[in-house]
Design a protein around this ligand. Structure first.
Ligand code: RAM
Length: 354
């Protein structure tokens, strides 16, 4: 499954936008002033009659986030909203609360949040909504009580099914495997892991597979690397690792690539093609999956606009147009699916640039 040609061109442009977003984020991080990093410093959030949209990712220093924000920024510009990004440098449960409080004080019209914890952000989001803000969750959902819609990359169960299938194919359906996740509270990670476990427990195709351990690299490169190393030390018979996080899979691949396990212990999960290319080419990784992260940011921005102008309220069946990406429908529980997932391997990885 590949993105159509028009999407490829857009992807390349978005990669450039992501670099710009990264530059912004780097400035913010190095200044240790984690405040709004607007495109145009003179256009404060919510000022001058222009609607404002603020993205609050799980953490700033994450290459995946940068690609999502590239899409969010270009769509925000297209709809004429003041765009900003604020967020923590690490993805701990309550790390986003102070940023949300500031956005509420500034009267931000749309808050787009990837939640580090479904409930820790609840009171701050409730206050934002009481002040009139629309809340779009993306990537990692909040408790549904605290947002208007959740823009989900792909159906959560499908994300899990791809990963366990790929793992099973790579280890011949037999053996002990482990999961190397992001943070322990992340809604998206926990949902995917739940469905992977459910498949292993109930699908006869996976009867020969046992998940022996789940560890957390906290979407921190060094910690993820150490956790990968620890998994192999603690489980000498391990046949494979599933890492449903771009940070985790890249760090695990780096560890495996120079270890005695290279080519012997399978690794799959969710990765950025640009970070995984060398490990596919050197034989550390056979196949992994992801969606187009920029589209996630784009659909989230358009969903925010549709909430502000009243096109949607978050009810099932509501529809809105996400720019060139076309019409999207709000499904059950206020979930909007971006899709589709793509599987990457040696044959197609050079076709992608994100
Ligand atoms: C990491 C984060 C993010 C997840 C991707 C696949 O960058 O954990 O939440 O969606 O991986």
């Amino acid at each position: 499954m590949e993105f159509p040609t028009y999407t490829r061109g857009r992807t390349l442009r978005r990669a450039a936008a992501a670099v710009a977003a990264l530059a912004t984020v780097t400035l913010v991080a190095s200044g240790c002033a984690l405040t709004a990093a607007s495109d145009d410093a003179s256009s404060g959030s919510g000022s001058g009659g222009t609607e404002s949209i603020a993205f609050v990712p799980k953490q700033l220093n994450n290459p995946y986030t940068d690609v999502v924000l590239g899409g969010g920024e270009s769509a925000s510009k297209a709809i004429g909203y003041d765009y900003s990004v604020v967020g923590p440098l690490e993805a701990s449960a309550s790390s986003q609360v102070t940023f949300l409080n500031t956005l509420t004080q500034q009267g931000t019209n749309v808050i787009v949040i990837a939640a580090n914890d479904p409930d820790a952000v609840g009171p701050a989001l409730k206050e934002a909504r009481d002040g009139g803000a629309k809340i779009v969750a993306f990537d990692s959902d909040t408790n549904p009580d605290y947002r208007d819609v959740f823009v989900s990359q792909v159906e959560a169960k499908d994300v899990a099914l791809i990963q366990i299938r790929q793992m099973s194919e790579q280890i011949g359906g037999q053996g002990d495997i482990a999961i190397l996740s992001a943070t322990a509270n992340a809604t998206n990670q926990n949902e995917w892991i739940k469905y992977i476990q459910e498949e292993v427990d109930t699908n006869p195709d996976y009867a020969g597979i046992t998940i022996v351990s789940t560890v957390y690299g906290d979407d921190d490169d060094a910690k993820s690397f150490q956790e990968a190393q620890g998994l192999l030390q603690a489980n000498p018979d391990l046949k494979g690792i599933i890492s449903p996080t771009t940070v985790g899979i890249a760090a695990t691949a780096r560890y495996l690539s120079t270890s005695e396990y290279k080519g012997k212990v399978a690794l799959t999960g969710l990765g950025l093609p640009n970070e995984m290319r060398e490990f596919v080419k050197d034989g550390t990784v056979t196949a992994f999956a992801l969606w187009d992260p920029a589209q996630l940011g784009e659909v989230a921005a358009y969903a925010g606009q549709a909430l502000v102008d009243g096109t949607i309220t978050g009810e099932e069946g509501d529809t809105f147009t996400a720019g060139d990406l076309g019409e999207r429908t709000v499904g059950a529980d206020g979930i909007v699916i971006v899709g589709p997932p793509t599987e990457f391997d040696a044959d197609n990885i050079d076709d992608y640039d994100f």
